[in-house]
Design a binder for this molecule. Structure first.
Ligand code: EPS
Length: 394
């Protein structure tokens, strides 16, 4: 059973990611894991923090001689910014005069709900754990899930569909997303991770506008999982449906407020004849010869993968820390004041897309391991290939 958790505060000493249940014998490519972490740090509209951090995965357990050994894997990601916070966020009692309190909660942030829930007099500790910094830890273990899926021929990537009021028109093919990703290797930075260069430029202008006027932007990313066999997830129980698991996984990312599978939103406003993907039997490649006219279902029907690409969109609210803050209330005086402001990003849609890739990869890896089992890669792959043959023979 694949299980994963994270620990760590945004300005604490380090983040920790934990994953248990990966089979033994999976080759772990440190450069790949670190490149995934680099991808998450990218994007036009990130704040000053990203100039401080250079995320790298430090494996504490579970990987030896370049391979998993079937034991739990713990990864540490150093927070380079910790040195600037040791006095204001110490592990011991420290000097209260040096604490940096978050005096008035930011609308849209976890500040107020978190302070009420945990009985904090201000929101510093809420911010520290609610922060999207935590998603770096997910990307580290998500990279391991991607390496596992790669052994099954499955790839997971993302691209940005919308930033602010600018959207890419039409569907973006897997080949386009792949070539966008291939170009990354020659670049020193990723802007908006958009497959349409013109739209990306206009997205950048949108970010510039909010940078100038102290506002922030949200948007939409899409994660695509390519070459997923039919049969992951099941309709047999509500909590085993693949779409439900993916929706929860993506929704759990900071600032995601809606998740869509395939053309789920448009489907609700269209007749069935315009939505459902008609079935043929002429596919030259794939897991079976069954084919589809399109993929409005986003690769999932009845909570089960159907052999088409899995497409999951995440809708991100704008960052809630605003340089031109909204109205709030002072925690101690209860007077009406502006919400707290501290260094922040103004747009993180591409980074959220990378974090969502990790969550999708972890979810697919979990479902694949539930279906194929195996304590070693040899065993898992034997079961997987046997199932693929079964599909061919169907
Ligand atoms: C974040 C606020 C900013 C972001 C941070 C998420 O951090 P800071 O308060 O240190 O400037 O940079 O994201 C990351 C550190 C990261 O690695 O993605 C927030 O409040 O969610």
């Amino acid at each position: 059973m694949l299980r994963y958790l994270t620990a760590g505060e945004s300005h604490g000493e380090a983040l920790i990611a934990y994953i248990s249940g990966l089979p033994a014998g999976l080759a772990v490519d440190q450069a790949f894991v670190d490149h995934e972490l680099w991808r998450r740090q990218q994007g036009y509209g990130r704040g000053g923090r990203m100039k401080i951090e250079r995320d790298t995965a430090h494996f504490l357990s579970g990987v030896h001689h370049g391979k998993t050994i079937g034991s739990p894997i713990a990864i540490q990601l150093e927070n380079k910014d910790w040195k600037n916070w040791q006095e204001s966020l110490p592990v011991d009692a420290g000097d209260p005069a040096k604490h940096k309190s978050v005096a008035s909660p930011r609308p849209g942030h976890a500040d107020l709900a978190g302070a009420l829930k945990y009985n904090f007099s201000e929101a510093r500790y809420v911010l520290e754990r609610a922060s999207a910094r935590e998603s770096a830890a997910r990307v580290a273990i998500g990279a391991l899930a991607k390496l596992f899926l790669r052994e099954l021929g499955i790839e997971v990537l993302s691209h940005v569909i919308t930033t602010g009021s600018v959207s890419v028109q039409g569907d973006v093919s897997w080949d386009k997303i792949r070539s966008l990703h291939n170009q990354e290797k020659d670049r020193e930075e990723i802007l908006l991770n958009c497959a349409d260069a013109d739209a990306e430029q206009r997205m950048k202008e949108e970010v510039d506008k909010v940078l100038k006027n102290g506002d922030s932007l949200g948007g939409v990313f899409e994660v695509v999982a390519h070459s997923v066999p039919p049969g992951l997830g099941t309709y047999a129980q509500w909590d085993e449906r693949l779409d439900a698991l993916l929706a929860a996984a993506v929704m759990s990312l900071q600032a995601v407020k809606a998740v869509e599978i395939g053309s789920g939103v448009a489907a609700a406003f269209s007749p069935g004849s315009a939505v459902h993907d008609e079935i043929g039997y002429n596919a030259a490649s794939g897991f079976t010869a069954f084919s589809r006219t399109h993929n409005n279902a986003g690769g999932i029907e009845g909570g089960v993968s159907n052999g088409e690409e899995i497409r999951v969109r995440g809708y991100l609210k704008p960052i809630s820390t605003l340089r031109r803050p909204l109205q709030s209330v002072d925690f101690s005086t209860r007077e009406s004041v502006k919400a707290a402001y501290e260094r922040s990003d103004v747009c993180v849609v591409p980074a959220a897309g990378v974090a969502a890739e990790a969550m999708v990869a972890l979810t697919l890896a979990r479902c694949a391991l539930e279906k194929f089992g195996g304590d070693s890669m040899l065993e898992t792959l034997r079961n997987f290939h046997g199932y693929c043959q079964q599909l061919k023979d169907y």
